[in-house]
Design a protein around this ligand. Sequence first.
Ligand code: HEM
Ligand SMILES: *[C@@H]1O[C@H](CO)[C@@H](O)[C@H](O)[C@H]1NC(C)=O
Ligand SMILES: *[C@@H]1O[C@H](CO)[C@@H](O)[C@H](O)[C@H]1NC(C)=O
Length: 493
Amino acid sequence: MLLQLLSVLWEALSLQVILVFLATFLLLSGYKSRPKDFPPGPIALPLLGNALSLDLKKTHLSVQKLSEKYGNVISLQFGNLWFVIVNGLHLVKEVLVHQGENFVDRPSVPLDDEVFKKLGLLFSNGPGWKQQRRFALSTLRNFGLGKRSLEERIQEESRYLTDAIEAENGQPFNPHFQINNAVSNIICSITFGNRFEYHDSRFQKLLKLLDEATYLQGSRGQLYDLFPTLMKHLPGSHQTILKNWEQLRSFVKEIIEEHKKDWNPSESRDFIDAYLNEMAKGDAAPSFHEENLLHSTQDLFFAGTETTSTTLRWALLYMAIYPEIQAKVQAEIDSVIGQSRQPAMDDRDSMPYTNAVIHEVQRISNIVPLNVPRMTTKDTIVAGFRVPKGTIMLANLTSLHFDKDEWETPNVFNPGHFLENGQFKKKEAFLPFSAGKRVCLGEQLARTELFLFFTALIQKFTFQAPKNETLSCEFRMGLTLSPLPYRICAFSR
Ligand code: HEM
Ligand SMILES: *[C@@H]1O[C@H](CO)[C@@H](O)[C@H](O)[C@H]1NC(C)=O
Ligand SMILES: *[C@@H]1O[C@H](CO)[C@@H](O)[C@H](O)[C@H]1NC(C)=O
């Protein structure tokens, strides 16, 4: 563990610089002591806090021993930041739903602040967040959420995707960027008004930048978060993260400029047009300005691409690893849809097995393991402990998705978790989109995409490991848990 931290440190600066810096920092920074009645946790070191007890590659699992020792509410210190982590369905719902109002803010984390500027949807707070979120939700709805048009867009994109995979001719390939592109095209068509061809090299490059930033920010952002003022001036992966986001933003900016040129207030083509209309209103809320347009668009693009695409990559991997489960999905597709038409949302209710498989993929792949961080808006009591205003709250979704009392075989891929007498069964301990006032804004969109893309792929192909290669369910820790890069063969059915 220490070695890992050192290697991260080493990557950015020499040991001597670190030592000199640490000494200065120790002298200058006041050591904050544990608040009264704070949840229990390991003793924090003045400088690094509990950074040393966190395994940077498996943050969501690394505190296992701590929860055995301290219970379901644990506190940790990381630099100047205080964290509380809650485990188990009862407490997770307590903080996200029952006392949700007190945990509705996002914390200030240096690297996130640098990238997201506390604007937009993901990392904004207060009235600005409320206004942007309400607007984004209603606009997503107007551009097809729950309506035919969105379904048709996804069906059309599924055809492009299956054509591209067909062209691989059953040879081993890494489906990462084709899936990424297909998924991204859906949110692009809602926000920008158009999709991008899979061989558009500029767009492919952007997707790679986004993927790299997502990975690095989750795995290498910690050092920046500990020493932001210093790190800003030093080389290292944090500079790559910042540079990638900058390029993504200038891409979005360009698209916004193009929209402004041919903007017609009487005809909204997409999210950007609708936003420009909102800004032009005399009585628009103050948060509707150009910077926020940029950030809300960027957030939709980012949140709408990485998560769903990662989930689909897990889904194909599990299908190749469990051929008998894949065969059952195919049997259900053949009996409900057949081969002559595309899957539609109306089919989902008649396809309990396929629906259960998609849910099980989301449960076991657990891509947002500790939820997106929240922060207390006021002093709050949780399970008898005092959590002061400004404390970072992590709802451990992993503790729900692998709870021995909720799932028959928590560590084994088993669609039976979501089935009862052959019917689909909802589970309370399944919260991949989180819950409460900040629940994933794209949940409905994501669920629509997962069903239509997944079913279309399994309708057309059988996925298998390449000859002499074994597929692994090992994950890579970034902002999301994603599969290690893999190759797969898609055989036409
Ligand atoms: C399988 C796919 C997805 C998963 C697992 C997922 C998961 C999550 C989670 C766990 C959160 C944090 C909620 C909280 O703080 O309690 C979140 C927030 C968010 N998601 Fe998703 N998401 C997915 C797809 C999408 C899509 C397709 C969009 C595009 C519209 C999207 C947009 C957002 C936004 C904008 C937020 C921030 C909401 C806020 O802070 O108010 N997500 N998502
Ligand atoms: C989250 O829950 C998992 C599963 O119960 C547990 O192993 C892990 O230690 C928890 N993580 C934290 C940070 O509490
Ligand atoms: C797979 O392994 C077998 C036995 O080790 C070998 O004969 C064969 O050439 C390998 N096939 C490929 C495609 O590498």
